[in-house]
Write a protein that binds this ligand. Structure first.
Ligand code: SF4
Ligand code: SF4
Length: 323
């Protein structure tokens, strides 16, 4: 049986005609078929220790600071002068941000000539977003591509996404989402599912205690939503397993997920090898990374994960991995 809980962000009830996003990436080939544009929404109910997009976590705009781009001896420090909260100071040749008083107004990033200070997140109207997405429509059509909605967690802004998906389908554009699976199923099936062509569904941890420990949330809703979607969806639901060394890569976890998939007669999954490049982004946002691994996975580590799937009780999983 399904579990329906009210978990959507209050953002959507405030400004349904605007979305809070942190990036629009054109010419993405790894987020679905063909040439695609991916929109990254802000706000996520999970708190994965290894979060690859830490700028997608908070449901508010933020200020990012990349010290390696900062040259106060050359720029005249306009950021210091413009900050209304006096949240910035110059310490040993670099800027320090008092994040307690910073309101993320981003006046400073607007005057920073080097891009050291940058806004992480901005509001965008449906009209403006559609305009930017449709620029590449000829490429979507010629390549079999389209739009992928990602995050953060895209279902946190469901009312806006509902309008966006309808607008995209009116233009005949292929639509995909990447989701953590932590959403209200009833609302998802009403507001999003009918306008989706493809769903990438993350399965991270099969053990509930481990899920609570490493993602901050129980996996019950996620697994339940996956089961309901597989049964109801008329479009492909592709399970993806992020490989986080020492956390999701244990034999027990991978075999458990493989068996869970086998119980749904699913014969394919995608493994996503760990990418360590997220930690700099976290530091730039003033976040101390809680998961420490600064190297990519080796081929033998990845092969061990694939083997764990193949030696699951079901013993018949088809597994691919993306680099
Ligand atoms: S974002 Fe606004 S409040 Fe924060 S440091 Fe910059 S100017 Fe000051
Ligand atoms: S953050 Fe930007 S504006 Fe401020 S000192 Fe550094 S380079 Fe200059």
């Amino acid at each position: 049986m399904g579990i329906d809980v009210n978990i959507e962000s209050s953002i959507e009830s405030n400004i349904e005609s605007c979305a809070l996003i942190f990036d629009i990436k054109r010419d993405c080939s790894e987020d679905g078929p063909g040439i695609r544009t991916t929109v990254f929404f802000k706000g996520c109910p999970l708190s994965c220790l290894w979060c690859q997009n830490p700028e997608g976590k908070k449901k508010q705009t933020e200020l990012s600071y990349n010290a390696s781009l900062c040259h106060p001896d050359q720029c005249g420090t306009p950021c210091l002068a413009i900050c209304p909260e006096k949240s910035l100071s110059l310490v040993q040749g670099k800027i320090e941000i008092d994040r307690e008083t910073c309101t993320a107004c981003n006046k400073c990033s607007n005057v920073c000539p080097t891009g050291a200070l940058e806004a992480a997140g901005y509001w965008i109207t449906l009209k403006e977003l559609m305009y930017r997405l449709m620029i590449d429509k000829p490429f979507y059509e010629s390549s079999g591509g389209g739009i992928t909605l990602s995050g953060g967690e895209v279902t946190q802004q469901m009312a806006f996404v509902h309008q966006l998906l309808k607008a995209l389908k009116a233009e005949g554009v292929h639509t995909a989402i990447e989701t953590s699976g932590f959403f209200n199923y009833r609302r998802f099936s009403e507001l999003m599912l009918p306008w989706l062509d493809l769903i990438y569904f993350d399965l991270k941890l099969i053990d509930d205690a481990a899920s609570r420990q490493y993602t901050g949330q129980s996996n019950r809703l996620i697994l339940d939503n996956f089961s309901r979607l597989v049964e109801a969806a008329q479009v492909p639901v592709i399970p993806r397993i992020p490989l986080i060394p020492g956390i999701t890569t244990t034999e027990e976890n991978l075999r458990g997920i493989a068996d869970f998939l086998a119980s749904h007669d699913i014969d394919a999954a995608t493994l996503l090898p760990y990418n360590p490049l997220w930690s700099d982004k976290a530091v730039n946002l003033g976040i101390t990374p809680k998961y420490q691994r600064i190297t990519f996975m080796t081929p033998s580590e990845i092969n061990r994960c694939v083997t764990s799937f193949h030696t699951s009780q079901s013993g018949k999983k088809g597994v691919s991995h993306a680099n």
